[in-house]
Design a protein around this ligand. Sequence first.
Ligand SMILES: *[C@@H]1O[C@H](CO)[C@@H](O)[C@H](O)[C@H]1NC(C)=O
Ligand SMILES: *[C@@H]1O[C@H](CO)[C@@H](O)[C@H](O)[C@H]1NC(C)=O
Length: 279
Amino acid sequence: MASSSFCILLFHALLLIQICNCREIFDKNPNRNDHNEENHIKVYGTKEVDDLDPALKVFFNVNDLYTGKKMPIYFAINDPSTTPRLLAREQADSIPFSSSNLPHLLEFLSLADDSPQAKAMELTLKQCELEPRADEMRFCATSLESMLDSTRGILGMVKLKTLTTKIHDLLDSNHTLLQEYTFLKEPLEVHVHDMVACHTMAYPYAVYYCHGQKGSNRAFEISLGGENGNRVDAIAVCHMNTSMWDPDHVAFRVLGGQPGTSPVCHFLPADNIVWIPSS
Ligand SMILES: *[C@@H]1O[C@H](CO)[C@@H](O)[C@H](O)[C@H]1NC(C)=O
Ligand SMILES: *[C@@H]1O[C@H](CO)[C@@H](O)[C@H](O)[C@H]1NC(C)=O
């Protein structure tokens, strides 16, 4: 290997070591990609839906949007000590982000090719490299600046606003990841025509998989009261036109129904971001 490219790789490795304790992040969030309900790669493949997988308890039907609705919901907690850092654009752009560079990164992170961490990174890169579906726009962002640029590319040069799920009283309530919630009020629809939803992906630093579909999504703010006493102001998105979805999409396995005839709604974890034009 030429010494200059060696230096570049060494620099990346040092940067990665500086930005994360990768093992710890992955050990605490080993299934981060599985939790991504938008995952178009068949994570669940031919596997039967495991009813015991709590992370799938985020889907609901569009006719569930009423006061008093009760359902178990999974909300992961954002632990800053294990949440990968969002890099500055210059940093992010200096680290190769592609499947072809994965072997080098794994080598410098001392991760075995067949480790769960390596598999998660591979899946993230694969999803980011997928050709977009005809009916939606998608991109991956490794910095806030690139997320904003790409979002504006979809929504136009408008002022942007974010919608995020907020979990209240995390410290003094006994929040559990999965608990029964009641819809405390009539869900409030956020009337926007277009939006871009960004989901966190498993990677040593923050990577967002973002996608936007023109005109066929609805967003809701839903006040939830948990059986353990904690409150969540949740954001949910309903995909009204699922005609291009994979019939094997995990949402259909959870809710029943099929592409085209069944809208799919889901809650967003607290670390996801929905961008909308601010009017
Ligand atoms: C749903 O999306 C498909 C593919 O983009 C489109 O052909 C169809 O007209 C849409 N259906 C509705 C009701 O908008
Ligand atoms: C914790 O949960 C128990 C029941 O699950 C409840 O009785 C108690 O009030 C909760 N504590 C707080 C601080 O909400």
